[in-house]
Design a protein around this ligand. Structure first.
Ligand SMILES: NC(=O)c1ccc[n+]([C@@H]2O[C@H](COP(=O)([O-])OP(=O)(O)OC[C@H]3O[C@@H](n4cnc5c(N)ncnc54)[C@H](O)[C@@H]3O)[C@@H](O)[C@H]2O)c1
Length: 276
């Protein structure tokens, strides 16, 4: 399928933890499309994850640690990336999410606010930090594309998603707000992709995830979008074929977001009613 759509482009991929990660699949797809990459993740994730394996699969892409909540780390990352890539950056994938409240099974209505701050800092403000640093360092080429990953709980209520729902709402808003400024300043575009539930470390941590997954599958006319599908969609947003799209949240969910109810769900309910 690869057709060198990203030939000559240079990108930074945040968030590849293991082979299930959406960032992992996106890095492989971007490499196959001819891009030159830098891979990054939080220092602790680099120690626990398998990023060196991914680096080899991506032509020995440099791996540069950066905690996405640390301004010095992000500055260092852009500096070293421009040196390694021998120039400015054409695309960035923000594939970062973590909620200590979700991890510790703390209910939304009983939230721990220190944890909540961390959720927002890691999962949302990190996008602002990355964009602000890139802008100050003039690290992105004109028409560069920044993509972050979101979920429909930003707009509709999904109780198990906890404070990550608020984090995603903020993430989408930052993409819109910063996209305005970066577009006028340097023709840089910023978008979010609202992805189907996907089996990954972050995804599976959400309470009731398996039920979520099968419900969404039954509700979506095309079925759930896989992480490979998501990677391919990221490639299109990094490419020049989508250069006039910015400040958008784009649903990549097999039609889930536009479906009120599906026949499969109706039949499930009918079965339950007939048993009762
Ligand atoms: N899996 C799903 O169902 C799903 C659905 C929609 C959106 N998303 C979003 O996709 C993105 C990628 O998640 P994934 O599903 O591939 O899971 P994942 O667990 O593989 O990736 C999450 C990444 O965030 C990184 N991270 C956490 N804290 C960090 C920090 N302080 N600094 C830098 N990196 C940090 C982790 O190390 C990890 O690599 C997340 O934003 C997630 O919310 C996932």
């Amino acid at each position: 399928m690869a057709s060198q759509l990203l030939k000559g482009k240079k990108g930074i991929i945040f968030g590849a933890l293991d082979e299930r990660s959406i960032a992992w699949k996106t890095a492989l797809a971007a490499h196959a499309e001819g891009a030159q990459l830098v891979l990054t993740n939080a220092p602790i994730a680099l120690r626990m994850g398998k990023i060196n394996e991914l680096s080899k699969l991506c032509g020995d892409a440099p791996v540069i640690p950066a905690d996405a909540t640390s301004m010095p780390d992000i500055e260092h990352l852009f500096q070293k990336s421009m040196e390694a890539l021998d120039g400015k950056v054409d695309f960035v994938l923000h594939s970062i999410g973590m909620s200590p409240n979700v991890r510790k099974n703390i209910e939304y209505t009983d939230t721990n606010y220190e944890n909540f701050h961390k959720t927002l800092d890691i999962s949302s403000l990190s996008l602002h930090r990355i964009l602000q640093t890139a802008m100050k360092m003039d690290a992105l080429n004109e028409w560069a594309s920044v993509v972050a990953l979101s979920y429909i709980a930003a707009q509709r209520s999904f109780p198990g998603y906890n404070d990550m729902a608020d984090a995603k709402a903020l993430l989408e808003s930052i993409a819109r707000s910063f996209g305005y400024h970066y577009g006028f300043k340097n023709k840089v575009r910023v978008n979010t992709i609202s992805q189907s539930p996907t089996v990954t470390t972050a995804g599976s941590g959400v309470s009731g995830f398996d039920a979520f997954l099968s419900y969404a599958e039954k509700m979506s006319p095309l079925g759930n979008a896989s992480s490979d599908d998501c990677a391919n969609f990221c490639i299109t947003l990094f490419s020049d074929y989508t250069r006039m799209i910015t400040m958008q949240n784009i649903f990549h969910d097999g039609g889930f977001s536009m479906t009120g109810v599906s026949q499969a769900i109706v039949e499930d309910e009918q079965k339950l009613a007939s048993q009762g």
